[in-house]
Every structure is written in C-alpha cells, then in structure tokens.
Design a protein around this ligand. Structure first.
Ligand code: EPZ
Length: 417
C-alpha cells in the first residue's frame, strides 16, 4: 500500500498555483449530462473523485477526453440512466447526478449512497426536493428507481438545511424543468455559483446563486458550453495552514480571497500576516502561532467544515488552547486519535474539540481516516520533529493533486513510496 513519509521541522516557503475546486467540478461534470452537445471544462483537477465522475459519465454513454487540465465531454448520445453500485460506493457524492440523469433521460436508477468516513450521509433533502419537482422515487433493496414521466415541473422548494448537494441537485433538476423553480434556504457556497455560471453559459437562466434564494427559469434546450472551474478553497486553506505551522511564507496563485474570508480570519487571529491581491493570497507565519479561542464550522459564508481538520492540526502547536465546534458532520473528529500519536493534546466531547497547544510534536506512524483528516496528518507531520509515515493515502488522492510535489517544492522533506 502506498505511503507518504515526511521528515518534519522544515519551513515551507514559496509560490504555488492552486488546482480547480473538487467540489465545483463534480457537480459541473454532472451538469454536462443535461447538455446534448459538447462541454469543455478547464482547470479540472486530476483527482480520484474526478476519475470516478468521469467513469459515471462514460457509463451513461458520454465520450470524455482529457488533455492536461481540460476535459471535453460529449453527452450527445446517452444510452444509460443508471449508476452502478460500485461507482456509487466509490464516491457517495455521486447522488448529485440524480437530478441531471432523471431530467435528461426521464428516469434514473442508482443505489442509495452509503455513509462515509464522516458519518451517515443522508439524502432526504435531495429526495424530498426532487419528489416535489415531479420525480417519482421508489426504493427497493437499496436501489432508488426514479421516474419523472414527461419531465420535471418547476415549483417552490424550502430546504430545512442549506445542503450543498441538495441545492446542486435541485438546480440540475430545475434547469430544464417546465416552469420556474424557486429555492428558499439554498446553500451559498462558491461552488454553487460556479455551477450556475457554467449552466448559464450553456443557456440556462439561474438567478441568485450564492444567496439563499435561487430562481431557476426552466429552459428547454441547453447548448454546448466552455467553462473554467474556480480554484479549490480547501486546498488553499490546507497550504496556508502548512506554511503557518512551519513558520514559513507562502503565496497561492489563483486563490480567490473572497472564498476564504473565515479561514483568513482564523489565521490572522493565530498571528499570521496575510496579504491579498485579486487572484492570490500570501501568508507570513509568526514565530509561534497563537491560540484561537473558538472556531465554529458553519455553512458558507461561515467557517468551512472541510478546513477544520487541517487547522486543528495547525493549532495543536499554538501557544494556548483553542476550541472547535463542528456543526456539520458527526464524525469530523475521527482524525483526533491519529493526531494524538504525534503528541497533540486534543479533547473531544461530541461536536466540541479542545486543542491544548503543545511546544512540539514528534513524528509518528499514522493512517488517514478521511480526506481532510489526511490533510491534518500532513500538517502535523510537517510540524513534527522526526519522521512520520502516513498510510491509507488514497483518501488524500480524492482531493489533493500533486500534494507531495508541491510540498517538496516548498521545502518539505516528503516522499510518496
Ligand atoms: C459537500 O458535501 C462537500 N462535498 C463536502 O466536502 C462539504 O464538507 C459539504 O458540502 C459541506 O460544505 C462535495 O461538494 C462533493 P451537505 P454534501 O449536503 O453536499 C446533512 C470534502 O472534503 N444532510 O451540505 O454532502 C449532512 O448529513 C467534502 O471535500 C442531510 O441531513 O454536504 C450534513 O450533516 C466532505 N440530508 C449536512 O447536511 C441531506 O439530504 C451537510 O451536508 C443532505 C445533507
């Protein structure tokens, strides 16, 4: 099994370019199903989750060609409306394909996505909303058999929680529905706006993306489109934390500062010096990080849950105690036991974690529990004296392209073997 070894204690200094946002390109790839033509997507990152989405598109009958960070998808001749169980299990966020497949094909069949490392991942908000849009859904032995007859019908929808995935599914189902869909309580993440920008570029009429009220005017036909994916704000948060914890200095090219205001606020409280330009963020770390009294993860524009684990690792060597309150996922703290192997002092109780900053961490043998937990292990390893060996790194491959190459370029002693 592949592993990453890190010989920690080196300052990270330098300039790197961010890759495209995983959580933007996945719903955009699903959206290409709605277009019976060619979609050209630029700044598409090389990630295993993207590979899984491409496998689903090819299973549906799409022709996908990848050249560098550009992916060309031809959905002119789709021949299937099901997602095989193994692909649903490979990536539970494949549920976001449901609205698009049902809208294009009139029906869809896929297995209920199981839970994941972060805990049960219910899809009730997705299914209730799609049902209100006219999708008949029957569950038999874990398979969702869906049919929308003559097509989806626009309506008013109220989300009880601003679910990112459910918001995306509703947009994908509403775009070619008959009539207007008004979504109240929508997620406001930047990835929602990126999805709407791609679809509007294909002739859709989606207004209000990025706010909690989105209006989708049903459009009968979408045309071929070209789009450049926004940068990955969680990758950005990860590298900022890596430079901060090693006392380094970093500039991230392609970053959109407006996507990272809550993360930058925490980094400033921790004593980092931040400067921003239109499409870049620079950080200079203090000699020793300061505590951050309370960090509450919230839907956007609050502090993003995905940045929680990397910044928890960063604060494990801060001067004083910090506290995280995780309001999104039940098992976000699964990585804590692995972080304790470095000597971190972290105490959890339900959704609260208190991190008592220690002067130093020591290298350890650890394993990734999930994608962002893996990022936390990398951050702790970089801050540790001695060698760390990280296993189950397939979790990292889901969301970080060229991770070890970038870290080496910045001055870390790191190897994938
Ligand atoms: C997206 O997941 C992201 N994934 C996650 O990133 C991210 O952490 C999350 O949004 C929150 O920002 C992708 O975009 C592919 P949600 P998603 O629906 O859509 C509950 C990463 O590391 N819920 O906003 O699954 C759910 O259980 C990943 O890149 C329901 O109860 O998130 C959770 O507690 C991890 N019923 C909360 O809402 C539903 O029908 C947030 O889920 C749907 C969700």
């Amino acid at each position: 099994m592949a592993k990453i070894t890190v010989n920690g204690g080196k300052k990270l200094n330098g300039v790197i370019k961010l890759h495209g946002a995983k959580n933007s390109v996945l719903p955009i790839l699903a959206a290409t199903v709605l277009i019976s033509g060619i979609s050209v997507i630029h700044n598409c990152p090389r990630l295993s989750d993207v590979d899984a989405a491409v496998k689903i598109l090819e299973h549906l009958g799409a022709v996908v060609v990848r050249e560098g960070d550009t992916v060309t998808i031809d959905c002119g001749n789709l021949t299937n409306y099901s997602i095989p169980d193994e692909l649903m299990r490979e990536m539970r966020s494949s549920i976001v394909f449901l609205g698009a497949i049902a809208s294009r094909m009139g029906k869809a069949s896929l297995s209920s996505p199981g839970g994941c490392e972060l805990g049960p991942r219910p899809i009730d908000l997705h299914l209730n909303a799609l049902n209100e849009l006219g999708l008949k859904i029957e569950e038999e032995h874990g398979i969702l058999k869906c049919d929308c007859g003559e097509g989806m019908i626009g309506t008013d929808i109220h989300l009880s929680f601003p679910s990112v995935g459910a918001t995306e599914n509703i947009i994908l189902a509403g775009v070619t529905a008959k009539g207007v869909t008004v979504l109240h309580g929508a997620a406001r993440e930047p990835e929602i706006s990126d999805l709407a920008d791609f679809l509007n570029g294909a002739g859709a009429n989606i207004q209000g993306a990025g706010s909690d009220n989105i209006i989708i005017y049903g459009t009968s036909v979408l045309r071929s489109a070209e789009h450049t994916v926004i940068p990955d704000r969680i990758e950005a948060a990860t590298y900022l934390a890596a430079a901060a914890v090693t006392g380094g200095k970093i500039t991230l090219l392609g970053a959109i500062p407006a996507h990272l205001t809550p993360v930058m606020s925490v980094l400033k409280t921790a004593g980092c010096e931040l400067s921003v330009k239109q499409n870049q963020i620079s950080l200079i770390a203090p000699v020793r990080l300061k505590r951050v009294p309370v960090i509450r993860t919230m839907p956007h524009p609050g502090f993003p849950t995905d940045a929680g684990s990397p910044l928890m690792a960063m604060l494990s060597v801060a001067d004083g105690s910090s506290m995280f309150v995780e309001n999104i996922f039940e098992n976000r703290f699964r990585i804590v036991d692995e972080l304790k192997r470095f000597g971190a002092k972290i105490y959890t109780n339900g959704r609260v974690a208190v991190i008592e900053g220690v002067k130093k961490l020591s290298g350890a043998a650890v394993e990734c529990t999930d994608l962002r937990g893996g990022a936390a292990l990398i951050i702790a390893a970089l801050a540790s004296s001695g060698v760390t060996e990280i296993s189950k790194i397939h979790h990292l491959d889901r969301g970080y392209e060229k991770l070890t190459e970038n870290l080496s370029f910045l001055g870390a002693t790191v190897e994938r073997c």
